[in-house]
Write a protein that binds this ligand. Structure first.
Ligand SMILES: NC(=O)c1ccc[n+]([C@@H]2O[C@H](COP(=O)([O-])OP(=O)(O)OC[C@H]3O[C@@H](n4cnc5c(N)ncnc54)[C@H](OP(=O)(O)O)[C@@H]3O)[C@@H](O)[C@H]2O)c1
Length: 314
């Protein structure tokens, strides 16, 4: 198979495009002919030596936790999938998922069928960003149509899906973004968009039931000022979650961090929303697998709109 591996942690240049033996599906597993893999900020954070590194063991390692492709081979004791089925999934996060490869092995229970009309490049970007948005809005919080929700980094991978899901639920949605993204976010359903550079957020946005903090650190702490009494801030970047939660506690406010978890039924719900047009994942750019380093550079710039996707040549 073709895969991108890192042999040491470091800059984008440590990502190497290589030819490796195909993995074999064991009992209860399926081999996937992978067509697309999502790129997430956790990928470059991990590549740099942070992020999910404690869960991964020593290099060489294949990054990537989300994929979409076709079933190529069924392992022993698998009865629920057949060759050629179009599938996608979130694999083992934060333990190794190894999705930066054109062959991927998954447990059959991790697979979700792709609805007709949903392209692999679109589906591959949905598991992490889509389920993070869903779990923040509907598990950590219990978003209702009467609620007002503020999404920080609203044009990003998680943010643009959180905005659409909250709007679909009937909530009032406010987003933060650079001016270049304001019209886009209004199209997605934001009733107000705030430029996080020029505005004082706590003055511009008040009385929120929920804040989804896709930025973390000081931005998350400042957004506590947008909550109404009893409101909740869900902070996504795990590296700053403790400081945001501590700042909330000191002000008598509620905040919590989350870590996205596998939930194939939830992913199936998200895919159905995509298939019927209620959820429109935006693919900012696709890269060939061999260009993974370039995808990391763009992700690391912090200004992608929507998702970055690696596509497989084979
Ligand atoms: N805990 C978990 O399980 C979990 C899961 C997924 C993601 N995350 C974390 O959540 C964060 C967001 O993930 P993502 O995939 O959405 O990232 P992303 O796609 O890389 O986010 C890019 C967006 O961030 C915006 N942005 C950058 N700096 C900003 C600021 N100071 N204020 C407001 N917006 C800003 C940019 O907006 P403009 O271009 O408009 O400036 C851009 O649209 C990352 O730290 C990621 O690691 C955590």
């Amino acid at each position: 198979m073709k895969a991108v591996r890192l042999h040491r942690f470091g800059g984008p240049e440590v990502l190497q495009y290589e030819t490796l033996p195909d993995p074999r599906p064991g009992a209860g597993e399926v081999l996937i002919r992978n067509q697309a893999a999502g790129v997430n900020p956790i990928d470059w954070k991990t590549r740099s030596g942070g992020g999910a590194r404690p869960f991964l063991g020593e290099p060489p390692l294949i990054l990537g936790w989300e994929f979409a492709g076709e079933v190529a081979e069924i392992g022993p004791e698998v009865s629920d999938w057949s060759e050629g089925r179009r599938v996608c999934g979130l694999l083992n996060f934060p333990h190794p998922g190894s999705c930066y490869a054109d062959r991927v092995v998954a447990r059959s229970s991790q697979l979700v069928a792709l609805p007709d009309g949903v392209a692999p490049e679109v589906a591959a970007g949905l598991p992490i960003a889509g389920m993070t948005a869903w779990q923040a809005l509907f598990e950590a919080a219990e978003l209702e149509s009467s609620h007002k929700v503020l999404v920080l980094a609203a044009a990003g991978g998680v943010g643009h899906l959180a905005v659409q899901l909250a709007h679909w639920k009937g909530a009032t949605v406010v987003g933060t973004a650079s001016p270049v993204n304001h019209a886009y976010l209004q199209e997605l359903g934001c009733s107000q968009v705030v430029d996080y550079v020029s505005a004082d957020l706590a003055s511009a946005v008040q009385d929120c039931d929920l804040v989804i903090d896709g930025v973390g650190g000081q931005a998350g702490i400042e957004a506590l000022g947008c909550l109404k009494p009893g409101g909740l801030l869900v902070t996504l970047p795990t590296v700053t979650a403790d400081e945001v939660v501590k700042a909330a506690q000191e002000q008598g406010l509620k905040a919590q961090g989350i870590r996205v978890h596998e939930d194939p039924a939830q992913l199936a719900t998200l895919l159905a929303l995509v298939a019927d047009g209620h959820l429109k994942p935006r693919v900012e750019r696709t890269f060939a697998l061999s260009e993974a380093a370039e995808a990391h550079r763009l992700s690391e710039s912090g200004h992608a709109r929507g998702k970055l996707i690696l596509t497989m040549e084979g």
